[in-house]
Ligand binder design. Structure first.
Ligand code: CMC
Length: 426
C-alpha cells in the first residue's frame, strides 16, 4: 500500500525522516506519521483539518467537487432510487441488498421496533419542558441497561443485533421524546407500516385517532433520514469511534455521538436555522443579519451556511432543496413568510463576495429545517431527527472499527502550561 514516501527534515535533527505515504481507492494520499513519536515529535492539527484518523471503506466525500458516495454510490442516485433502510443495509454491509436480502433486513428491523416497557417509566423522571435531545441522549445511553444480551463487542453477531436494535428503536424513542413533551400517550410502533410512515404515525397519531399518511410527506421524511445517514468522519462519528476505542458498549457510544451532534456547529444547525429565520422575522431585516455574519467582531454566523469539508454546494442540500419544493407545493404553503426569508437569504448569500470568496454555500440543514417545519415537526425535535438518521452511520463506523485490529484513541498535545515548579502555599 505504501508505494510513495514523504521526507521530513526538522531543524536540529540530523536525519531525514522517511514517512510512508498511502494511496486509497480515491481521495488524497495520506502520510503515515506514526513513526514521529519515536523521534520525539508530534504532529499538530487542531480541529483535525488535515488528519485521517482511521482507514474506512464506508463513505467518501470530495468537498471541492461536492461529491458524497456511500459504498461508491452517489448520494443523488441513492436519494432518487433507493430508500433509507436500503441505505442502512449498504452502510452496514458495503453492498446494496438483493430483493431477498432487503426483505429479511426490513423484517428484522421491524422485529425490534418496540422498546422494553420498563423504559417508558424512565421518561417520567424528566420535566415535560426538557429539550428532547437531553431525553434522547439519556434514554439511548440507558439502552445498555436493558439489552444485556448483545453487549459483547468482540462478537460479530452481538454487534449486528445492536445495529438492528438501534435502527429499529431510534424512531420509537424519538417519537416518545415528543409525545412526552406534549403530554400525550406514547404510540406503539406499527410494523405493517414503512419506516418513515411508522415514525410519522408514532409522532402524530394518538389512541383516539389513527394517523393517515400523506405519501409525499412520508417520502420526504424518508429522504431526510437517507440524506443524513452518514457523512464520513464528522465530529459525532469521530466521537463514537473514540468512545468505542475504549471498549465502551455500543449504546453508550451512540449516546456520546448524540451529545456531540447536539451543538449548533453540527447537527444542532437545523434547529438553529429556524431560530435564526424567526429572529430575522422580516425580509427587511436580512441586510442587517448579513452584515453581522460578515463582521469579524460579531460571533453571529449564518446558520445553515458553510461546511468544513464542502467548498462547493453540499450535494445533500441540492436534493433537500428539491424535496423542500415538493413538500411546500403539496401542502400549498409556498408563501410561508419564513420560507420567503430563507429564499432571499440564500440568494443574497450566493451573490455576496464574502460568501463567494470563502466558498460558503447552503448546507443540508438549511433546507431540512424548512421541510420539517412544514411537516409539523416542532423545532426542538429537528436535531433528534438528525440523530435518528445518523445512528446508522455511527453504528456502521463503530462496527467497522471493531471488525479490524484497533487501538484506543489517544491524541497528544502541544503543551504551553507552566513547567515543573515546587508547591508553595498561596
Ligand atoms: N456565516 C458567516 N461566516 C462564516 C460561516 C457562516 N455560516 N461559516 C464560516 N464562516 C467564515 C468564518 O468566519 C471564516 O472567516 P475568516 O476566514 O474571515 O475568519 C471562514 O468562513 C472559514 O470559517 P471556519 O470557521 O474556518 O470554517 P470551519 O470549516 O471551521 O467551520 C462550520 C465549518 C460548519 C462549523 C461553519 O461554516 C459554521 O459554523 N456554519 C454554520 C453552522 C452550520 O450550518 N453547521 C452545519 C454544518 S452541515 C451539518 C453537519 O454536517 O453537521
Amino acid at each position: 500500500m505504501a508505494d510513495k514516501k514523504a521526507r521530513l527534515t526538522v531543524d536540529g535533527l540530523e536525519e531525514v525522516i522517511e514517512l510512508p505515504v498511502y494511496t486509497g481507492t480515491t481521495g488524497p494520499d495520506v502520510v503515515d506519521v506514526r513513526a514521529l513519536t519515536s523521534k520525539g515529535l508530534f504532529t499538530y492539527d487542531p480541529g483535525f483539518v488535515s488528519t485521517a484518523a482511521c482507514e474506512s471503506s464506508i463513505t467518501y466525500i470530495d468537498g471541492t467537487k461536492g461529491v458524497l458516495l456511500h459504498g461508491g454510490y452517489p448520494i443523488e442516485q441513492l436519494a432518487e432510487n433507493s430508500d433509507y433502510l436500503e441505505v442502512c443495509f449498504l452502510l452496514l454491509n458495503g453492498e446494496l441488498p438483493t430483493p431477498e436480502q432487503k426483505e429479511v433486513f426490513v423484517k428484522t428491523v421491524k422485529n425490534h421496533t418496540m422498546v422494553h416497557e420498563q423504559m417508558t417509566h424512565f421518561f417520567n423522571g424528566f420535566r415535560r419542558d426538557a429539550h428532547p435531545m437531553a431525553i434522547m441522549v439519556a434514554v439511548v445511553g440507558a439502552l445498555s441497561a436493558f439489552y444485556h444480551d448483545s453487549l459483547d463487542i468482540d462478537d460479530a453477531h452481538h454487534r449486528e443485533v445492536c445495529a438492528f436494535r438501534l435502527i429499529a428503536k431510534m424512531p420509537t424513542i424519538a417519537a416518545m421524546c415528543y409525545k412526552y413533551s406534549i403530554g400525550q400517550p406514547f404510540q406503539y410502533p406499527r410494523n405493517e407500516l414503512d419506516y418513515a410512515d411508522n415514525f410519522l404515525q408514532m409522532m402524530f397519531g394518538n389512541p383516539c385517532q389513527d394517523y393517515v399518511t400523506n405519501p409525499v410527506l412520508a417520502k420526504a421524511m424518508d429522504r431526510i433520514f437517507l440524506l443524513h445517514a452518514d457523512h464520513e468522519q464528522n465530529a459525532s462519528t469521530s466521537t463514537v469511534r473514540l468512545a468505542g476505542s475504549s471498549g465502551a458498549n455500543p449504546f453508550a457510544c451512540i449516546a456520546s455521538g448524540i451529545a456531540a451532534l447536539w451543538g449548533p456547529a453540527h447537527g444542532g444547525a437545523n434547529e438553529a436555522v429556524l431560530t435564526m429565520l424567526q429572529e430575522i422575522g422580516d425580509e427587511s431585516n436580512i441586510d442587517e443579519f448579513i452584515k453581522r455574519a460578515k463582521d469579524p467582531e460579531d460571533s453571529f454566523r449564518l446558520m445553515g451556511f458553510g461546511h468544513r469539508v464542502y467548498r462547493n454546494f453540499d450535494p445533500r442540500a441540492k436534493v433537500m432543496k428539491q424535496t423542500c419544493d415538493e413538500v411546500l407545493a403539496e401542502l400549498g404553503i409556498e408563501n410561508d413568510p419564513l420560507l420567503k426569508i430563507a429564499k432571499r437569504l440564500e440568494q443574497i448569500a450566493l451573490e455576496d463576495d464574502y460568501f463567494i470568496q470563502r466558498k460558503l454555500y447552503p448546507n443540508v440543514d438549511f433546507y431540512s429545517g424548512i421541510i420539517l417545519k412544514a411537516i409539523g415537526i416542532p423545532t426542538n425535535m429537528f436535531t433528534v431527527i438528525f440523530a435518528l438518521s445518523r445512528t446508522i452511520g455511527w453504528i456502521s463506523h463503530w462496527s467497522e472499527f471493531h471488525s479490524s485490529p484497533n487501538k484506543i484513541g489517544r491524541p497528544r498535545q502541544l503543551y504551553t502550561g507552566p513547567t515543573k515548579r515546587d508547591y508553595e502555599k498561596k
